[in-house]
Design a protein around this ligand. Structure first.
Ligand SMILES: *Cc1c(COP(=O)(O)O)cnc(C)c1O
Length: 391
């Protein structure tokens, strides 16, 4: 059985497949909003949950189920709930597990839109969030309140690739009666399995490396069966369900995930090492570098360093923009995890709605540039960055 394999290569290709009477070898796309019943009695039984089976694609859809099962096998999770985007995965997780009056401790080094969600929108609905430094365990302990329900982290973080000790933070969360949520977007289960390290919940933006080719939006929440029941309850009622088409695209993405993550990481490490020797660069952030403050932890916790490299260009915003504009191949776009290398200026795009003070506290300077290293040949990637540096 494929599901019992311990290897992400096999799980990505084989786990979760469902075969119909037609004997198709590639997973089918079930593009249907609803499902037929053989009788009125069966319709009633399906609706009441007495008889398992599909009812309506806001609840379940066979293609979405195959994607959920494959991703659950890869993460080592009991259950996966797929959502329309990464943001709706985070929202569903919070709406399922928290109520007004509850408290969340979140890393301040999270995706800019996640900062907005916790710090602004959820705040208006009575959920309070305290932001702390990802790597300062004492600050996490100090931020805990009697009503703390969740710890929320990204590791490695976007865009500075900071890393936290998942097992240690999970232990701290549990001691406080809270659950640890890890946004595993940067590593994917091919490189890091937070649930096996003690985290309670993993959230994903499938839009990134899981798709892997920049085509579709989607997300997922993974964890124990019981934990995810209220998350699923929110999803089927509020409706941010993953489209069957996008699930089918992600299913194909997962088949090559392990292979791609290795190739992204190989290119990223070589690029990061090369950047460290360039005169126009102040500092390079990449977990695979010996100069990374948590390099040893990264080696224990992740298979490789991943595909994201950030660096400070000398000369602030003007220099960073000039660098980006001088490149000819790499796409200027906020997306990441694509086969195409992409470049972003976080201070004026992904993190522009974060206040300048919060940005400074998180260490996101005006000269910071993030490269999501793609699968082009490394010599062509380096040549384009050399053009950016004016050489
Ligand atoms: C992109 C991203 C998200 C949000 O995902 P969407 O699919 O764009 O909604 C969340 N977390 C991280 C780390 C991301 O990079």
């Amino acid at each position: 059985m494929a599901e019992s394999s311990q290897y992400p290569e096999t799980l990505g290709v084989r786990a979760g497949s469902l075969h119909t009477e037609f004997g198709e070898n590639s997973e089918a796309l079930f593009l249907t909003s609803s499902f037929q019943y053989k009788s009125a009695a069966q319709a009633a039984a399906r609706f009441s949950g007495e008889e398992p089976g599909n009812v309506y694609s806001r609840f379940t859809n066979p293609t979405v189920t195959m994607f959920q099962d494959k991703l659950a096998a890869l993460e080592g999770a009991e259950r996966c709930v797929a959502t329309a985007s990464g943001m709706s995965a985070i929202l569903a997780c919070v709406m399922g597990l928290c109520s007004a009056g509850d408290h969340v401790v979140a890393s301040r080094s999270i995706f800019g839109t996640s900062v907005q969600l916790f710090g602004n929108i959820l705040q208006r609905w009575g959920l309070e969030t305290t932001f702390v430094s990802l790597t300062d365990e004492a600050a996490w302990a100090a931020a805990v309140k009697p009503n703390t329900k969740l710890f929320f982290v990204e590791t490695p973080s976007n865009p500075l690739t900071e890393i936290c000790d998942i097992a240690a933070l999970a232990a701290l969360a549990h001691k406080s009666g809270a659950q640890l949520v890890v946004d595993n977007c940067f590593c994917t289960p091919a490189l890091q399995q937070p649930l096996k390290l003690g985290a309670d919940i993993v959230v994903h933006s499938a839009t990134k490396f899981i798709d892997g080719q920049g085509r579709c939006l989607g997300g997922a929440v993974l964890g124990k069966k019981d934990t995810l029941e209220p998350v699923y309850g929110f999803l089927r009622t509020a409706g941010p369900a993953l489209s069957a088409f996008n699930a089918w695209v992600f299913l194909k993405g997962l088949e090559t995930l392990a292979l791609r993550m290795e190739a992204h990481s190989r290119n990223a490490l070589e690029l990061a090492q090369w950047l460290e020797g360039q005169p126009g660069i102040e500092r390079v952030y990449y977990p695979g570098l010996k100069s990374h403050p948590q390099h040893e932890l990264a080696k224990r916790q992740q298979r490789t360093g991943g595909g994201i490299v950030s660096f400070d260009v000398k000369g602030g915003k003007e220099a960073a923009w000039a660098f980006m504009d001088a490149m000819q191949m790499i796409s200027i776009t906020a997306n990441l995890g694509d086969t195409k290398s992409t470049v972003t200026h976080p201070a004026t795009t992904t993190h522009s709605r974060v206040t300048p003070e919060a940005r400074a506290a998180a260490g996101i300077g005006d000269g910071l540039v993030r490269i999501a290293v793609g699968l082009e040949h490394i010599e062509d990637i380096k040549a384009d960055l050399a053009r950016g540096l004016g050489r």
